[in-house]
Ligand binder design. Structure first.
Ligand code: NAD
Length: 482
């Protein structure tokens, strides 16, 4: 089929490359001319596993990049809108990118087109798009609208697109349904997964093709993200209690997650979620619910617990290193999660900002996100290293802030030798505490008892919870005597 994609960010680029991989002819457009220039040369502007090989395989053949929407949709039967939908000040979704893409489609629509929103948008956005097109003089007969929300995760986006749990389509007419069925047929029929040159992955059975109306499809996406964020905030709240009562959050997670009704996914305690999606989608969902006449305050609580989690971690750092001024702090991880170069709303970046603000000297390493981070901080405020061990040489402490797999496999005796003071604070619970203890490292993580070795001056394992009135989050203090 002839497919157009508007917006070549994490979602649009993966969508375009994967549809080409499924045998469709894809023309992708982006308003960022620099990005398009890179893409035309076969260079991916984002770090995503398998994307370079798909681009190399299909660019210039089944996959083309353009800086003009008109050219991209010229021969297309279906166009996917994959532009960003950031937050307005009010928390509601900023749909200006979607609306300018729609205006451009209206301006150059020549033959019938199925317009599909893949960007995450509030329920009823399809209706808003329909009205906008008609207002611009586009005849109802020359377009159809559908919603096809995307559930990929950065870091495993290509795999998630090609091996999804489900595909959700919100349609209002038979021909749109049929077109989307045809488009995804290589996945739903399993033919792609049987092909010899497929991107490796595993299906967990039949991929569900869920057909519904556009409003339900739009709501499914917001509800799914809110539910996942809720699981993260829930386990983090429980982790904070675990610290106070001497429970171990890993055991609690096992006991909780082994219940099939609950499941283990998204029950990892730590410094909370980041990234552009949950961070903007929860306020947008909250605003959308309010507009629909419902106060969904649970969503605000999820956000509150999440931001409190970073503050608790910062407090742990303060309590163990205070004063931070002049301290050399090694930071491993800047991306909001492992496997990506995306630092949007990254807890790691926010923590680094806090440390710098308090006068610490931060030396950081991230396998993919350092270029983006370098643009985020004023030149010279943050030092970058080309390898994790260089970052920790002579550091007063090591912070683990992103769950890159390589950070969970460090040579701990080398870590012990390199650090000026043997203290590791782990915001992602990457190590079993006993492993750190065996390596001679004092270790503070989330929801688990700290490892305080005799040789170190952490005098108390006591964890006290205190409520700080103003900020409204609970903060932990590890009593230390130096
Ligand atoms: P992104 O910021 O990485 O990419 C958006 C792209 O759209 C940019 O390259 C931008 O230049 C381009 N763009 C903006 N307005 C345009 C216009 N009018 N015409 C042409 N190009 C335009 O964003 P993203 O992370 O890819 O997210 C896109 C959408 O997908 C968002 O709604 C997001 O919520 C949703 N989503 C994201 C993820 C994720 O993990 N990133 C997962 C699922 C859904």
């Amino acid at each position: 089929m002839k497919v157009a994609v508007i917006g070549c960010g994490y979602v649009g680029l993966v969508t375009a490359a994967c549809f080409a991989e499924l045998g469709h002819n894809v023309a992708a457009a982006d308003s960022d001319a620099v990005k398009v220039h890179l893409l035309q040369k076969g260079i991916s502007p984002v770090h995503e596993r398998h994307l370079p090989e798909l681009m190399q395989k299909h660019t210039g053949d089944r996959l083309r990049f353009q800086d003009s929407i008109a050219e991209a949709i010229h021969q297309a039967e279906v166009v996917f809108i994959c532009v960003g939908t950031p937050s307005l000040r009010s928390g509601a979704a900023d749909l200006s990118g979607v609306s300018s893409a729609v205006c451009e489609i209206a301006r150059c629509l020549r033959s019938h087109l199925l317009i599909v929103e893949k960007s995450t948008v509030p329920a009823r956005t399809c209706q808003v798009i329909r009205r906008a097109l008609i207002r611009q003089g586009v005849s109802q007969a020359s377009f159809s609208l559908a919603s096809n929300p995307e559930f990929l995760r950065e870091g495993s986006a290509v795999h998630d697109f090609l091996y999804p749990d489900r595909i959700v389509v919100g349609v209002t007419d038979h021909s749109s349904r049929h077109m989307l069925q045809r488009l995804y047929m290589p996945l739903t029929s399993g033919t792609y997964h049987q092909s010899s040159d497929r991107i490796p992955g595993c299906t967990t059975g039949r991929i569900e093709f869920i057909e519904t109306n556009p409003e339900s499809a739009e709501l499914i996406k917001h509800a799914a993200n809110a539910f996942l964020a809720m699981k993260i905030s829930f386990i983090n709240a429980v982790a904070n209690i675990a610290e106070a009562v001497g429970a171990d959050i890993d055991d609690v997670r096992t006991g909780l997650g082994s219940d099939r009704r609950i499941g283990r996914a998204f029950l990892d305690a730590g410094i909370g979620y980041g990234g552009s999606c949950f961070t903007k989608d929860l306020p947008a969902f909250h605003a959308g619910a309010e507009k629909a006449g419902y106060r969904f305050d649970l969503l605000a609580e999820i956000v509150r617990i999440n931001s409190g989690q970073r503050m608790r971690f910062l407090e742990k750092i303060r309590m163990n290193l205070s004063p931070l001024r002049g301290k050399r702090i090694a930071v491993l991880g800047l991306a909001f999660k492992g496997g990506t170069d995306d630092i949007r709303e990254s807890p790691a970046v926010e923590l680094v900002r806090g440390l710098l603000h308090e006068g610490a000297r931060v030396v950081a390493f991230d396998p993919a996100a350092m270029d983006r981070a370098a643009n985020e901080f004023p030149k010279g405020t943050l030092d970058f290293c080309t390898d994790p061990y260089k970052a920790m040489a002579e550091a007063d402490t090591l912070l683990l802030l992103t769950d890159w797999p390589e950070f969970a496999a460090l040579d701990l005796s080398r870590v012990r030798r390199l650090l000026r003071s043997p203290l590791v604070l782990d915001g992602r619970n990457l190590y079993p505490p006993n492993k750190m203890e065996a390596a001679g490292l004092n270790y503070i993580s989330v929801g688990r008892s700290p490892v305080c070795l005799d040789s170190y001056a952490l005098a108390s394992k006591a964890v006290c919870l205190s409520r700080t009135g103003e900020e409204g989050f609970e903060c932990i203090s590890l009593a230390t005597i130096r």
